[in-house]
Write a protein that binds this ligand. Structure first.
Ligand SMILES: NC(=O)C1=CN([C@@H]2O[C@H](COP(=O)(O)OP(=O)(O)OC[C@H]3O[C@@H](n4cnc5c(N)ncnc54)[C@H](OP(=O)(O)O)[C@@H]3O)[C@@H](O)[C@H]2O)C=CC1
Ligand SMILES: CC(=O)N[C@@H](CCC(=O)OP(=O)(O)O)C(=O)O
Length: 340
C-alpha cells in the first residue's frame, strides 16, 4: 500500500483528491491538513466527505508526512515551495505553480516571488501524456495548471509535427468557477457570476508563460500565445478554443491526432466537426479534443474540454502518482462523467 498525505485537504482540489483516493485500491490515507480547519475531523466540517480522520495543522502535518510515500500539496502557489523545502523524504506532487517553470526568473516575474535554491529540486512538469517517462522517476512532480492542460494537449501533436504557419497562437478559454478555489469574495458570489460571463486577466494571465514554455519545447522554437480566460456560470469545466494557421488538411490533422493519442486512456480525439461539451467530462479524468478548419483563412480550430478539478488538477495528480509508483495509470480514475 502507498502511504499518502494531503496538505490543503479542505480546498476544492484537496476534497477532489480525497474523493479519488478513497476509491484507489492501493492507497492508505495517512495525514490530512489545512490552514484554518485543524483540530476537528474532516467530516465535522464536510459531512459528505465521510472522513473521520483529524485535520492536522500545517506544522504538525509536515512532521507526520515525512513518513508518507507521497504528499499532495493542494495549497496556494507560494505556500507549496515552503512546504517542499521542509519535506525531505517523500515524493511530492504539487498542484500549484511553484515547480512548473524551468527558469525561476520567469516565475519571479509573473508570481512576484523569488524561489531560493530552486535548482536543488529534481522536478518534472506533470503533464502525464507528454512527460510520462520522466515522471516515473521524479521526486517532485509539478502538476500543470488547468488551462495549460487543456491547451497543451490540444496542440501537442500539431506542434511536434511542426505544422504551424504562424508562431503566435490565439486561445480563448472558459472555466467553471471552482477553478478559482474556495474564494470568499463578492467578485465570486452567485449574484455576480450566475447567468453572466466575464473575461479576466486578458492577455496577461499567469498561465501564459507556463503554456509558452511547454509549447515552445514541443515545437522546438519559440511560440507565443494570446490568451483570454473567461469565467463561465458553471461549477466545473474548461472549454478551450484554439486558433492556429496551418496548410495541413483537416483530415491529415485528424489522423495525426488519432495516432498520437491512440494508446491514451484519457485523451479522446473526436472526428472532425464533432464538438464536445464540458458536460462530457464532469467528475472524470477524460479530455475530449475536436477540430475543424476554416479553409478560406487556413485556420485550424481546435477545441478541448476537461474538468478543471479532475484532469485539470486532482485527477491528473493521481494519474501521476500511479505512474510514479508503477501502477496502472487509471487506478482510482475509472469513472465516467456525471451527465447531464
Ligand atoms: N481549483 C482548480 O481548478 C485548480 C487549482 N490548482 C491549484 O491547486 C492548489 C489548490 O487550489 P484549490 O483547491 O482550488 O484552492 P482552495 O482555495 O480551494 O484551497 C486551498 C487549500 O489550501 C489551504 N491553505 C490556504 N492557505 C494556506 C497556507 N498559508 N498554509 C497552508 N494551507 C493553506 C486551505 O486551507 P483552509 O481553507 O482550511 O484554510 C485549503 O485547504 C492551488 O495552488 C491552485 O492554484 C491547480 C489546477 C486547478
Ligand atoms: C477560474 C480561475 O480563477 N482559474 C484559475 C486557474 C486555476 C489554476 O490552474 O491555477 P494554478 O495555475 O494557480 O494552479 C485562475 O485563473 O487563476
Amino acid at each position: 500500500m502507498i502511504k499518502v498525505s494531503i496538505v490543503g485537504v479542505t480546498g476544492y482540489t484537496g476534497l477532489e483528491l480525497l474523493r479519488i483516493l478513497k476509491r484507489h485500491p492501493y492507497v492508505n490515507l495517512e495525514v490530512i491538513s489545512s490552514k484554518s480547519h485543524a483540530g476537528k475531523s474532516l467530516s465535522y466540517h464536510f459531512p459528505f466527505s465521510f472522513e473521520e480522520k483529524m485535520i492536522e495543522d500545517l506544522e504538525r502535518s509536515i512532521e507526520l508526512a515525512q513518513e508518507s510515500d507521497v504528499v499532495f500539496l493542494a495549497v496556494p502557489t507560494g505556500v507549496s515551495y515552503e512546504i517542499a523545502n521542509k519535506l525531505s523524504k517523500p515524493k511530492i506532487i504539487d498542484l500549484g505553480a511553484d515547480f512548473r517553470f524551468n527558469d525561476p526568473k520567469v516565475y519571479e516575474q509573473w508570481y512576484g516571488k523569488k524561489l531560493e535554491n530552486y535548482e536543488k529540486f529534481d522536478r518534472v512538469y506533470g503533464l502525464t501524456e507528454i512527460y510520462r517517462e520522466q515522471i516515473r522517476n521524479a521526486r517532485i512532480v509539478a502538476n500543470p495548471g488547468c488551462y495549460p492542460t487543456s491547451v497543451i494537449l490540444a496542440l501537442a501533436p500539431l506542434l511536434k509535427e511542426k505544422l504551424l504557419l504562424d508562431q503566435t497562437i490565439t486561445v480563448d478559454s472558459k472555466s467553471g468557477v471552482s477553478g478559482a478555489g474556495r474564494k470568499d469574495s463578492a467578485e465570486y458570489s452567485f449574484c455576480e457570476l450566475n447567468e453572466g460571463m466575464k473575461p479576466y486577466s486578458v492577455v496577461n494571465h499567469r498561465h501564459v508563460p507556463e503554456m509558452e514554455q511547454e509549447l515552445s519545447k514541443l515545437f522546438g522554437e519559440k511560440v507565443q500565445l494570446v490568451f483570454t480566460p473567461q469565467l463561465a456560470p458553471m461549477t466545473r469545466g474548461i472549454l478551450s478554443t484554439i486558433y492556429v494557421k496551418t496548410k495541413a488538411s483537416l483530415l491529415d490533422v485528424y489522423h495525426l491526432y488519432k495516432k498520437f493519442y491512440e494508446k491514451e486512456k484519457f485523451v479522446h480525439v473526436l472526428e472532425p466537426n464533432v464538438f464536445p461539451s464540458t458536460k462530457w467530462t464532469v467528475g472524470s479524468n477524460h479530455v475530449f479534443i475536436s477540430m475543424t478548419k476554416d479553409e478560406r483563412t487556413d485556420t485550424l480550430v481546435l477545441i478541448s474540454v476537461l474538468d478543471n478539478l479532475v484532469k485539470g488538477a486532482s485527477g491528473q495528480a493521481v494519474q501521476n502518482m500511479n505512474v510514479m509508483f508503477s501502477l496502472e495509470e487509471d487506478l482510482g480514475l475509472v469513472e465516467n462523467p456525471i451527465f447531464p
